[in-house]
Design a protein around this ligand. Structure first.
Ligand SMILES: [Fe+2]
Ligand SMILES: [Fe+2]
Length: 166
């Protein structure tokens, strides 16, 4: 059985993963209307992954006898300055999520809840991969620059990454 503290923190994380999903879906819509189909499909695909992260946590809370709860999900920002602005925001968001996962891991460890600690290892490595993925995209955008041709190429590349890395 999970402690009340862990149930609350896991439920907060569930809500945050669903928020991440909505945020990336909203970013996909922005990219779609601005003529960046590659970025749009990459972000929409990533939105599905974030939803699955939330569902995986949701199932875990249910399996351990706690009441899984979806909290209020804030509407994500819908307007962005550029593709670079979007991906800078995704990287900052992923870094903030990593801090939340680290806090969850620390709490499970401090409580001696090794089942939850073990379960969270998946999130730890997943977050490492996600930070790496978004940092890679941000770096590429910086190198290529914001001119029209560069953006066209970036969109194609990011579209391919979506298919490969997800
Ligand atoms: Fe996630
Ligand atoms: Fe993520």
């Amino acid at each position: 059985m999970l402690s009340t503290t862990l149930i609350d923190k896991l439920n907060a994380q569930i809500t945050l993963e669903f928020y991440s999903s909505n945020l990336y879906l909203q970013m996909a819509a922005w990219c779609d209307t601005r003529g960046f189909p590659g970025c749009s499909s990459f972000l929409a695909q990533h939105a599905s992954e974030e939803y699955q992260h939330g569902r995986k946590l949701f199932t875990y809370v249910m399996e351990t006898g706690g009441l899984a709860r979806v909290g209020a999900i804030e509407a994500p920002k819908a307007d962005f300055a550029s593709v670079q602005d979007i991906f800078d925001a995704t990287l900052a968001h992923e870094i903030a999520i990593t801090a939340k996962i680290n806090d969850l891991v620390k709490t499970a460890m401090n409580e001696g809840d090794f089942s939850t600690f073990n379960f969270l290892q998946w999130y730890t490595s997943e977050q490492h991969e996600e930070e790496k993925l978004f940092r890679n995209i941000v770096d590429r955008i910086r190198v290529i620059g914001p001119d029209g041709k560069g953006l066209y190429w970036i969109d194609k590349e990011i579209g391919k990454m979506g298919k490969k890395d997800g």
